[in-house]
Design a protein around this ligand. Structure first.
Ligand code: AKG
Length: 272
């Protein structure tokens, strides 16, 4: 998947690009079934909300052959190689459950704020490319983005270790209010919530301010976030567990485009 000149310009201006229906129903069925199994596991990589519901499974690509393929999928890797102009490695891999009724808030933050402060990442030459495994709707805890907020560098942030089960460097209300209203006054579009069918993909700049509300609906909202970093920009501090901030900076060798379909076919045949 190559980005067009128009997509590159949109990304530069807005800080994100949304690709509806990037993965097929077959591919998503495979990923969703694997995700449901992983979120039931009792292992250190699977973090839970304060209620016990699954919140995030880290590093699933290191113990699941299906997610190992997704982490090398050319539809995710190529756009970021193109954008950074060099090879990329996996800095982080998260399967965020946002469980029905129990999925908790993600406070306003910038991803690079955390990668810089906690992991010593030199520059914002890393970003998330997210794959929707369930339908993301306005009502089931979608990701909220402030377009253009990636243009102003890293904002001051406080280390929130108590609101949710996952520590995060979060922005204060004044900063978010100013950014959202500056955006609303003509220099942007306030706050947006990209929604779409399973299989849609969202890539967003490491400095783009974002958050997500709790999910109080009966509809789960699983999203996989593959965080890719330019190899020359690898992290320099190792304060977090390696399954959260990876220390293997080997360039990713992309899989074949039909790797997930092939895997599903082979395993269906093997099971018959
Ligand atoms: O999955 C979500 O709702 C938010 C995740 C997020 O903001 C992040 O991983 O940085």
């Amino acid at each position: 998947m190559k980005l067009s000149a128009e997509q590159l310009a949109t990304f530069d201006e807005q800080g994100y690009i949304f690709f509806p229906n990037c993965f097929s129903e077959d591919e998503i069925a495979l990923l969703r079934a694997e995700a449901d199994n992983i979120l039931k596991l009792d292992r250190p990589e699977v973090w839970r909300e304060k209620t016990g519901a699954p919140r995030t499974a880290f590093a699933a690509h290191t113990f699941s052959p299906v997610f190992e393929l997704l982490a090398r999928h050319p539809r995710l890797i190529e756009p970021l190689r193109q954008l950074f102009g060099e090879d990329v490695y996996v800095h982080q891999f998260k399967l965020n459950a946002k469980a029905a009724f129990e999925g908790d808030v993600w406070q306003w933050h910038q991803d690079y704020g955390t990668w810089q402060r906690d992991d010593g990442m030199p520059a914002p030459r890393a970003m998330n490319i997210a794959v929707f495994l369930d339908e993301v709707m306005p009502i089931n805890g979608p990701l909220l983005l402030i377009p253009k907020s990636h243009k102003q560098g890293v904002f001051d942030a406080g280390h929130d270790k108590s609101t949710t089960s996952y520590p995060l460097w979060t922005l204060d209300k004044d900063t978010v209010t100013k950014l959202a209203s500056a955006a609303a006054d003509g220099s942007g579009v306030g706050i947006v919530a990209p929604t779409g069918k399973p299989g849609s993909v969202l890539m967003f700049h490491g400095n783009l301010v974002h958050a997500s509300p709790p999910n109080i609906t009966p509809y789960p909202r699983k999203i996989v976030y593959l965080t890719l970093c330019a190899v020359s920009n690898h992290i320099t501090k190792f304060t977090r567990p390696a399954f959260i901030a990876h220390r293997d900076f080997t360039p990713i060798v992309p899989a074949e485009d039909d790797a997930l379909r092939e895997y599903a076919r082979a395993h269906r045949v093997a099971a018959e």
